[in-house]
Design a protein around this ligand. Structure first.
Ligand code: SF4
Ligand code: MG
Length: 316
């Protein structure tokens, strides 16, 4: 099976006064058609920047991003514009991403107009209603404005807008973390239903590890701009191999108190180091309970340690 998305050595660096801030420093992963690839890691680890970089919402500093076999990073602006409707982005804050002066109908039909889809007015308006219904809203919502909606409804509008151009791939960046806990599951279930109906492929970025496990087929773990481990969701959560993933997983509260008692919480020492001019060493070395001399000699590459289970660690 061919991946729909293939990221190879993706980099996003920023020049800052003190040097070069390496927000994303050589990240590789594949996403297969119809699957959800979860991306986790503490805030500042580069997961959002990775999502933005692969869609070229920010300018990449290096690497290759194959989408359906085409290297998106090599496309001219004009070529990119044509390709763009195939990949969309759902933002964390549905309020900030919706124009407050536009009706819901205008918001959802705008990308169709920009992309020259559904040129017939009637057909386009009908499609807007169809999309609103797909995300659990109704025709009456079309003439309203974003401020008349709850956070959950606004995120539904954001999803309808992303779907308006019939994309194949959607990057969902913390799509539910700004919402009330009571409606988070509803929005997640809408995303899952839509994926089945419309054969969508997702990159799902979040810091809520339980939610990521629930929605993802495979998961990647990032730390300080690097990919530390990639595996099938159940495998990663039940048998993490990288010392950082083990620590992350040990911090997930488990509903069953019996299991909780047997689970040893690994508390990491120290702070996440600065991503400015990192040395050629394991990015996790300062905080790793297993660190040895050779961890400082070079940055470990992401290697397939077991079938379909990738780990970047010198000792695993
Ligand atoms: Fe820890 Fe060394 Fe592995 Fe890095 S390479 S995660 S420091 S054991
Ligand atoms: Mg983020």
């Amino acid at each position: 099976r061919q991946p729909l998305v293939s990221a190879r050595n993706i980099k996003k660096h920023f020049k800052v006064k003190q040097g070069t801030l390496k927000a994303v420093d050589g990240v590789s992963f594949d996403i297969y058609p119809g699957e959800t690839f979860g991306l986790v890691g503490e805030s500042g680890c580069g997961k959002s920047t990775t999502g933005r970089t692969i869609l070229r919402l920010v300018k990449p500093s290096g690497g290759e991003l194959f989408f359906d076999g085409v290297d998106i990073f090599k496309l001219s602006e004009a070529e990119l514009r044509k390709k763009r409707r195939e990949f969309q982005f759902i933002f964390q804050d549905p309020y900030a991403s919706l124009n407050p002066r536009m009706t819901v109908e205008a918001i959802v039909e705008e990308p169709m107009i920009i992309n020259g889809l559904y040129k017939d007015d009637k057909e386009r308006k009908a499609r807007v209603i169809e999309l609103l219904q797909l995300v659990g809203l109704s025709a009456e919502h079309a003439s309203r404005f974003p401020h008349e909606f709850s956070g959950g409804q606004r995120q539904r509008v954001g999803i309808a807008r992303a779907l308006a151009v019939n994309p194949k791939f959607i990057v969902c960046d913390e799509p539910i973390s700004a919402l009330d806990v009571s409606i988070q599951a509803q929005v997640i279930n809408i995303l899952i239903e839509l994926q089945k109906k419309m054969e969508l492929t997702y990159l799902f970025i979040a810091h809520d590890l339980s939610m990521v496990r629930y929605i993802s087929d495979r998961v990647g773990v990032m730390y300080l701009g690097n990919m530390m481990e990639v595996a099938a969701s159940d495998e990663l959560y039940s048998h993490p191999l990288h010392p950082y993933t083990k620590a992350l997983m040990s911090a997930i509260p488990i509903a069953n108190p019996e299991i909780q008692r047997n689970k040893k919480r690994i508390v990491l020492q120290g702070e996440v180091p600065s991503p400015i001019d990192p040395k050629d060493e394991c990015p996790f070395v300062e905080r790793c309970p297993m660190a040895e001399g050779k961890c400082r000699e070079s940055k470990p590459a992401l290697r397939e340690i077991q079938p379909k289970h990738f780990v970047a660690c010198h000792l695993v």
